[in-house]
Design a protein around this ligand. Sequence first.
Ligand code: NAP
Length: 271
Amino acid sequence: MNEQSKASVAADRAFTGQHVLVTGASRGIGWSIAQAFAARGATLSLAGRDAALLEQRRAALNTSGASNHTAFSADLADAEAATAMVRHAVAAHGPVDILVNNAGYGASQPFAKMTAEHWNQMLGINLSGVFHVTRAAIDGMLPRKSGRIINIASTAGLTGYAYVAAYVAAKHGVVGLTRALAREYATAGITVNAVCPGYVDTDMTATTIETIVRKTGRSAEAARAELAKSNPQGRLIQPEEVADAVLWLAGAGAASVTGQCIAIAGGEVMP
Ligand code: NAP
C-alpha cells in the first residue's frame, strides 16, 4: 500500500469508536452527515420524529456486521422528549463525543400576519431544540474534558431575509448560543461551532419552491432559479458539502477552532 492509500484509509476511519449524535438525521443534510460519519467508523445515534424513516436509515447504515447504529424518535422541540432521547442514546453507546444539532425547519409568514403559534414553532425546533439536546449531552462531555458540538444554523443566522423573521431570529439565536458556549467551554476540551448554509438541495428547499409557486404563480423552475441566484455561484448547495465542513470541524485538526460560524453559501454572506 502506498503512502497516499495509507493516508486515505486513516482518514476513512478517523472517527472509529466515537459516538456521534445527529439530530434530523432522517433526511437532507442530517442524513448526509450521518452517512459521512458512518463511513469513517463512527457509531451513530440518529434522531428525528418519523420513526419508520429513521428505522430505514438505521438499517441502511447497519449493513456491516460490525456496525451498531441506533435510531431514536422524538420531537426535539419538547424538552422532556429531547432529554429522554439523549439519555437513551447515552445508554446505548456511552457519552456523546460529537453532537450535530441539525434538526430544523423553516417556514415563512409576513411579519404583520405572524401568529404566536408560528413564532413558537420556529423558535421551538430551531433554537430551543438545540438547547434541550445540548444541555442533556454536555453532561457526558464535561467530566471527560472532550467534545465537539456542531450546530447547523443558516445564512439566516448571519443576515436578515424578508418573510422569515421567526426563522431568522431563531437561527441568530443558534449563532449566539454557539459563541457563548464556545467561550464558556474553551478550557473544557469542548469546541462549539456553527455551519451556516445558504439554500441546500433538500426537502426543505423543495417546500420553499412550492410556496413560491403557490404564492406567485411562477413555475417551479423559475422559483428554483431565483433561489439559486441568491448564491453568487448561481447554484444550490449540495448536502454533502455541508457534511464535509462538519467532518472537518469534528476532526482532530480543528481542535483550536471554536465559536466560529462558517458560511457554506458560495460567497452570499461574508461575516
Ligand atoms: P429537511 O430535509 O427538511 O430535514 C429536516 C430534518 O429535521 C428531518 O430529519 C426531520 O425529521 C428533522 N426534524 C424537523 N423537525 C423536527 C423536530 N421537531 N424534532 C425532531 N426532528 C425534527 O431539512 P434540511 O434542509 O436537511 O435542513 C437541516 C438543517 O439545515 C435545518 O436546521 C435547517 O434549518 C438548516 N438549513 C437548511 C437549509 C436549506 O436550504 N435546506 C439552509 C440553511 C440551513 P422529521 O420530520 O422526521 O422530524
